[in-house]
Structures are given as structure tokens and as C-alpha cells.
Design a protein around this ligand. Sequence first.
Ligand code: SF4
Ligand code: SF4
Ligand code: SF4
Length: 275
Amino acid sequence: MKRQRWYIPVGFWLIFESIAVILWLTKEQVFYLFNFSYIGTVLAVGLLLFQMNNRYARHMVQLLVGLYMLVYLGLICGENMQIEGFWYYLFTGVFEAATIHYAVAKIFGPLVFGRGWCGYACWTAMVLDFLPYKIPQTSRNKKWEKLRYVTFGISLIFVASLFLLQVGHLERIMFWSFVIGNILYYVIGITLAFLFKDNRAFCKYLCPITVFLKPASYFSLVRVKCNVEKCISCGKCKRVCPMDVDITDNSRKRKNGTECILCMECVKACPRKAL
Ligand code: SF4
Ligand code: SF4
Ligand code: SF4
């Protein structure tokens, strides 16, 4: 392993550790120290394993972070980290739980690590990525992509209605919407994967989170780039990409550029080590 590569996992760990300490001290809750230290450490170890060519590194990170958030934070602690949980905390004016999670992972974080959330932490994709269609067998349908705005709007209208109608027991409703919402995500996600023969069809067409993720990831600091002098235009990188990104184009306007989940399948497939 090249020596300078150690800086990447260490850098990620330091970013998360800084967030952990800042939130621990400002919010006076040790939970934030534990939470972001855990996620940062898992990510850093995963990145190290990836650099050592461990083929399971990404799935390991996905499972350790995804299960922690789904089972521990969601089901045991009762924090709704889905998009309706974000609206809920936003409307109550509390900068806690889901609002912090969204700010770090999905709204401002993508300026640094793009859609790393989608490749390494999302508990929906954690399951979808084990389905048989890792490489899409059908081409992307651009028209269907607009559906993400519908699901985004539905989540917003759902939570806004609860507040406008002054419905009681909101905490309880948020917990159950987390449970039911996740079951729906899994059922629809798995169905779409088999229908489109594409594990990531749900991510491409329906996921409301992408409305937050895509604009910031356009400016992402961390990107896969192509060394055009080494590239022989064999097309292998495009064939293995689960998100249909044209990674050989280094411009920010590359085809489906904001869809890149940094899974590194293209990097692994490139015979010239051009990525
Ligand atoms: S697009 Fe949505 S479902 Fe897919 S990985 Fe990202 S957040 Fe998860
Ligand atoms: S294969 Fe490459 S271009 Fe495609 S999503 Fe993964 S990292 Fe991005
Ligand atoms: S796999 Fe490598 S060599 Fe082939 S087109 Fe992609 S970047 Fe170029």
C-alpha cells in the first residue's frame, strides 16, 4: 500500500471525530461523542480494508453503520431517521437527532464526500446491494427519475398535515411511520430491483433523499477521476457501474455524475488503473 493513502481514512476519521467532539461539547450530550466516533471509526477501518483490496470492505461498513442506525437508533432508541423524521424535528425547531443526521450525512456532508452515504451507510441499500442485479440489466429511464419529487412531496405533506391538524402523540406516530416506512422501502425497493433487473432502481427513481443529496454532491470534494493518459476507452468502468455514471469524463457535468455512490466498482474493474 502506498504510504500517502493512509491519509484518506485518517482524514475521514478526523472529520467525524471533530463533529463528535463539537456536538458533544455544544449539546452537552455524550451520545454524540459515541455516535460520530463509532461511524467515523467504522468508515476509516472500511477505507483501510478497501485499500488492502478486501472485497467485502464496503459491505462491512454498510452493515455496521446501517444496522446501527436502523436497529439501535431507530427501533431501540425510537429516533425516526427517515425523511419524515427530519421534517418532524425541523418543524419542532429542534436541532437534534434526525436534523443533525441530515445536515451531516445528506445536506452539507455531500459537499465533502458526495453520495458516500448511499454507498457506505444507507440501511435500505444495505439490503438492496445483496440482490442479484449488481450490474443493471436495463438502461436508466430518465422520466421515472421525477418520481423522487413525488415521494419527497408526500413525506413533507404528511408531516406538515400532522402539525396543521394538531394531531396528538406525534412521537408515537413518528416511531410507527419509521417502522412502516422502512417496510415499504424494502418491499418496493426489492420489487423494483427485480422488475428493472437493477438493484439500485429504488435509488434511481423513488428515493426522496436524493433531492437533498444530488445538488451538494455536484460540488463534492471527493470524486473518482480518470487519468485520460492511461485510459484506453475499453468501457469496463461504465459496464460495472451500478449508477450509470460516465466516470471517464472528469468534468462536473459528467453523465449521471451526481449519482456516483463512490462504491469503487469502476476503480476495481479498470485494467489500466486509470481511475
Ligand atoms: S438513494 Fe436513497 S435508498 Fe438509495 S442509497 Fe441513497 S439514501 Fe439509500
Ligand atoms: S462504479 Fe464508479 S462511477 Fe459508478 S457509482 Fe461506483 S464509484 Fe461511482
Ligand atoms: S475501465 Fe479504465 S481504461 Fe477502461 S474506459 Fe474505464 S477508465 Fe478507461
